[in-house]
Design a protein around this ligand. Structure first.
Ligand code: ARG
Length: 396
C-alpha cells in the first residue's frame, strides 16, 4: 500500500509515518504545504525522511492561499460565530487538495491526515479528499490509534523518530490568516491565556505609548495597499500581523461550537484578519445600498458556516461567492485605522463611488435635500402602524 500523508512536521504526523508503516505496511510519501506558517521547512523535510518517509514534497501555496481563499473570506466578512476569521478552516481544503493531487500522481492507494476524531479539521480533510480523490482510502492514524500525547512521545522515542524539540505545550495551528492556540491550561475557560502563547501579540503594558495610524486601500473588496504602498495580499497580511500585534491588537478568545457538537475554548491571534475584515465592513457601509447591507450578512453567515464545516467543495460555496462578488464591484476606497493598546479604531473612510452624499446630509445652507418631503413621507411610512393604533388598540 502506498499512502500520501499531509505532513505538518508535528508530533502527530511524525508518529503517523511510522505507524502507517507498521499497521498498513505502507510506503509513505509526505507532503508539506506552506500556507504561511512559520516553520523551518528544511528541518521538516529532514524530520519526515529520517522518520521513514520515502519521498517528501514541499508546496509553497501562500499566494494561492491568500488570493483564492483569504480574499474570499475578506469579501465575505467571514467570522464564524461572529469571532473566528476561519484561519485553520480555510487552509484545510487547500492542503487536502494538494495532497490528494500528489497521491493521484504518485499512484497512491490512500491519503492520510493527522487530525483527531474530536475536531473540525478531520471533516475538512475527509470531505476534500473524498471530492478530489474519491477512489482513495482515507486513513487518519490519530483517530485509530487511541494513544495519549505521552504515549505518542514514548512511541516516537522508541522508534527513533525525530520530533521537534521546540514543541510548545499548546496545540498550535498557524498560517498567514491567523494562529490558533488550543489545549494545555487553556482547556479551563476561566484561565487567561499566558502571553507566551502568542507570537504576534505584545503584552499591553509593552505596546507603544502612542497610537499609530494605518491606511488600508481596497479595490473591489480586496486590500491592495497599506499607506499608499501597493503590495500583494500575502505581504499586506504579513505586515498587518506585525504592526497589529505590536499594538496588542488581534486577540480572540471565545467558546466555539465545533461541527461534532462539542463546545471548545478557542484562542486565536489574528491581527491582520480582524483589521482587514473590520475595515472592509466599514467601507461596505459607504458604498452598498441599505438593502444589500441588510441582506448580505445572511449570505455571510452561511458562507462562514460552510467553510467552518468543511464544505468548501460544495456547489453552494460558488453560488454564495457569486452573490458576494456581485456586491463588491464598487467596494473600492480607503479606511483609516488607529492602533493603540489592543484596539484598532476606525477613524475615517473614503470611497471611490460612495453612496454617502455630503450635500444631501449636511445641516448647513449648502444642503440640497428638500426637507418638506419629510412630512408626507412619515405620514405614509407610519400608516400601517398608526391605523392599528387608532382602530384597534384604542378600542379595548
Ligand atoms: N477551532 C479551530 C477550527 O476548527 C482551530 C483548529 C485548529 N487546529 C489545531 N490543530 N490546533 O478551525
Amino acid at each position: 500500500m502506498k499512502v500520501a500523508l499531509a505532513y505538518s512536521g508535528g508530533l502527530d504526523t511524525t508518529v503517523s509515518i511510522k505507524w502507517l508503516q507498521e499497521k498498513y505496511n505502507a510506503e509513505v510519501i509526505t507532503v508539506t504545504v506552506d500556507v504561511g506558517q512559520e516553520e523551518n521547512f528544511e528541518e521538516v523535510e529532514e524530520r519526515a525522511l529520517k522518520s521513514g518517509s520515502r519521498k517528501h514534497y514541499f508546496i509553497d501555496a501562500k499566494k494561492k492561499f491568500s488570493e483564492e481563499y483569504v480574499a474570499k473570506c475578506i469579501k465575505a466578512n467571514g467570522l464564524y460565530e461572529g469571532a473566528y476569521p476561519l484561519s485553520s478552516a480555510l487552509s484545510r481544503p487547500l492542503i487536502a487538495e494538494e495532497v490528494a493531487n500528489i497521491a493521484i500522481r504518485e499512484g497512491c492507494d490512500a491519503v492520510a491526515h493527522g487530525c483527531t476524531g474530536k475536531g473540525n479539521d478531520q471533516i475538512r480533510f475527509d470531505v476534500t479528499f473524498s471530492a478530489v480523490a474519491p477512489d482513495l482510502k482515507i486513513i487518519a492514524p490519530v483517530r485509530e490509534w487511541n494513544m495519549s500525547r505521552d504515549q505518542e512521545i514514548e512511541y516516537a522515542l522508541k522508534n527513533n523518530l525525530l520530533i521537534n524539540p521546540k514543541k510548545s505545550r499548546f496545540s498550535i495551528d498557524e498560517n498567514l490568516w491567523g494562529r490558533s492556540i488550543e489545549a494545555g491550561e487553556l482547556e479551563d475557560p476561566w484561565v487567561e491565556p499566558p502571553i507566551e502563547a502568542f507570537k504576534y501579540l505584545k503584552p499591553l503594558d509593552e505596546t507603544p505609548s502612542h497610537p499609530q495610524e494605518i491606511v488600508i486601500e481596497f479595490k473591489r473588496g480586496i486590500p491592495t495597499s497599506i499607506d499608499g504602498l501597493k503590495m500583494p495580499l500575502e505581504k499586506i497580511i504579513i505586515e498587518l500581523n506585525r504592526v497589529g500585534g505590536l499594538h496588542g491588537f488581534g486577540y480572540i478568545d471565545h467558546i466555539e461550537d465545533r461541527v461534532v457538537g462539542l463546545k471548545s475554548r478557542e484562542v486565536y491571534e489574528a491581527p491582520a484578519a480582524l483589521m482587514l475584515i473590520y475595515a472592509h465592513i466599514d467601507l461596505e457601509k459607504m458604498v452598498l445600498n441599505r438593502r444589500i447591507l441588510d441582506f448580505k450578512p445572511i449570505i455571510e453567515h452561511k458562507w462562514a458556516e460552510m467553510v467552518y464545516s468543511g464544505l468548501w467543495v460544495d456547489p453552494l460555496m460558488k453560488a454564495l461567492d457569486a452573490f458576494i462578488d456581485e456586491t463588491q464591484k464598487e467596494v473600492s476606497g480607503e479606511v483609516r485605522i488607529k492602533l493603540f493598546k489592543g484596539s484598532a479604531r476606525i477613524v475615517g473612510r473614503k470611497a471611490e463611488k460612495p453612496l454617502y452624499s455630503p450635500e444631501m446630509i449636511t445641516y448647513t445652507s449648502k444642503s440640497v435635500f428638500d426637507q418638506r418631503a419629510g412630512e408626507a413621507f412619515s405620514k405614509l411610512w407610519g400608516l400601517s402602524s398608526t391605523m392599528h393604533y387608532t382602530y384597534q388598540k384604542m378600542k379595548h
